[in-house]
Design a protein around this ligand. Structure first.
Ligand SMILES: Cc1cc2nc3c(=O)[nH]c(=O)nc-3n(C[C@H](O)[C@H](O)[C@H](O)COP(=O)(O)O)c2cc1C
Length: 177
């Protein structure tokens, strides 16, 4: 049985983390869009960009899938919000509960990484979504915003990149365990 690293990425942050992880572990990586078979894998690592709380491609990839004895699932979210803020982690975990069965979620090892955003490169649909969100959040005073929304307002319209490959260390350790 071989290991595999899957990624779901619109703008490259999750893909770059997946490629770095692949380089450092020797485990091959593919986009979730290539729909590789998962039943004969030992360790499955899924890295996906966060879009409105959802992990890109996760539902499609793990729909109807259950882990067999000896199989391991590492789930890695890549988002803009700082995962060191407990409130942000709670939000991500709550939305993972809506995307995965309780059984998979209980057995998965979950990690959170930070990606980036370049508003110039967003698709029209994504730019519109972000604009609507920004307009609705701007009406709330800054001190009443959640940490996630404050970070969103501060970075709106800009190009930011919080990618940190050193944060892959605990994931590499878990793959090699
Ligand atoms: C429409 C849209 C929705 C987003 N929603 C979230 C979110 O809910 N939480 C978060 O932390 N980041 C969110 N982001 C930021 C992305 O997760 C971030 O840009 C990430 O690096 C994207 O990964 P990718 O480049 O691999 O697609 C959103 C970005 C866009 C454009």
């Amino acid at each position: 049985m071989k290991d595999i690293i899957l990624y779901g990425s619109h703008y490259g942050s999750a893909r770059r983390y997946a490629e770095k992880l692949s380089e450092q572990t020797g485990v091959p990586t593919v986009s979730y869009k290539d729909t590789p078979a998962l039943s004969d894998r030992k360790t499955i690592v899924y890295l996906g960009g966060l879009y409105a709380g959802g992990v890109l491609g996760l539902i499609k990839t793990l729909h109807g899938f259950s882990l067999q004895e000896g199989q391991k699932l590492l789930l890695v979210t890549v988002g803009l919000a700082d995962p060191d803020e407990p409130e942000n982690q709670d939000n991500i975990r709550a939305s993972l509960q809506r995307q995965l069965s309780a059984e998979l979620l209980n057995r998965a090892k979950i990690f959170h990484l930070r990606g980036g955003i370049d508003y110039q490169k967003l698709s029209f649909a994504h730019r519109t979504m972000m604009k609507l969100l920004y307009q609705s959040l701007r009406r709330i005073p800054l001190e009443k915003q959640t940490a996630e929304n404050r970070a969103f307002i501060e970075t709106y319209g800009k190009q930011v990149d919080f990618t940190n490959f050193e944060a892959l260390e605990p994931i590499i350790h878990e793959i090699q365990r």
